[in-house]
Design a binder for this molecule. Structure first.
Ligand SMILES: [Zn+2]
Length: 303
């Protein structure tokens, strides 16, 4: 659990981009220790490798978009969430379009693919970010507070001023199994009026009831209903996990989010990386092998 992880072999899939509506081919391959997660657009020359790091975030409206030298890859958060939730540190993601395919709007298809490829440990210690004291950031009515904790815990509250969708809260401690069971299947959602507006702007062309929960003023339009009674807030946690992966380290702390979205998530990652209240810790692997709870500046780690 202290070792870095990658995939056993490469895996591929094909799906539609949410906004372009175009078909995208995706391949995820194993990578060397300390490589991190990187993206490559195969349809542009020369190929540019874009690291999944906060400094490469170029847009946080509608989705999280990474970019470098004018080349962009959008809607990376569900795939990043799957990798982070399963504790995969190193992988190379290749796509032949500007978006990661939306698939069913959740992280479940990515989790299925990654687990089919197999996950292997590597002989190098993971990087952890340990929160020592409270870090807080807010924007308007949105707020993220990160507190010290022995685990990687996320608590989220959504609070919409909407006739059907109002307040939902959910809290969970991340480990691969809990992530898969409680979070990964939660689909993205949208309000019918917003979807119509996006369509009129030429966006959400690949969006449908196949890959999003859509709600009008009074009900859910998807005939099959919900996968969890509180699927909306669980999806917000899924998104937040994907954005937190941009830390480039596994977080040990309690993230409490209220009405947050990609923009504030991104700001929180910035704040954590620049805060004096957090430490980047790389455990000594030999010591970690000997004792299940190595002492790192006196803080016990439970991962
Ligand atoms: Zn999402």
């Amino acid at each position: 659990m202290f070792k870095q992880r990658t995939l056993k072999k490469a895996i591929s899939c094909t799906g539609l981009g949410l906004h372009t509506g175009r078909k995208v081919n995706l391949t995820i391959s194993p990578a060397e220790p300390d490589h991190g997660i990187t993206f490559i657009r195969k349809d542009v020359r020369p190929w540019i490798e874009i690291e999944a790091r906060v400094e490469n975030v170029v847009d946080t409206r509608l989705a999280t978009t990474l970019g470098k030298r004018g080349i962009r890859i959008s809607t990376v958060e569900h795939l990043l969430s799957s990798l982070y939730g399963l504790g995969i540190d190193n992988a190379i993601v290749e796509v032949d379009g500007p978006e990661i395919p939306i698939l069913d709007g959740s992280a479940a298809p990515f989790v299925y693919l990654l687990q089919n490829a197999g996950i292997v440990e590597q002989e190098r210690a993971k990087r952890f970010m340990v929160v020592r004291r409270k870090v807080e950031i807010s924007h308007g009515e949105s707020r993220i507070v990160v507190l010290p904790d022995h685990f990687f815990r996320i608590s989220f509250t959504i609070d919409f001023d909407h006739s059907f969708l109002k307040t939902q809260s959910f809290s969970f401690i991340n480990d691969a199994r809990t992530f898969q069971r409680e979070i990964s299947k939660a689909r993205t959602f949208g309000f019918l009026k917003e979807v119509e507006l996006l369509r009129s702007m030429g966006l959400a062309r690949g969006g449908s009831l196949e890959n999003a929960i859509v709600i009008d003023d009074y009900r859910i339009l998807n005939e099959e209903g919900l996968r969890y009674p509180d699927e909306f807030v669980r999806h917000k946690i899924l998104d937040l996990l994907g954005d937190l992966s941009l830390l480039g380290a596994y977080l040990i702390g309690h993230v409490k989010a209220y009405r947050s979205g990609h923009h504030l998530n991104y700001k929180a990652v910035h704040a954590l990386l620049n805060s004096r209240e957090t430490d980047l810790v790389v455990p000594n692997l030999r010591e970690a092998d000997k004792t299940p709870e190595p002492k790192i500046r006196k803080a016990p780690l439970h991962i």
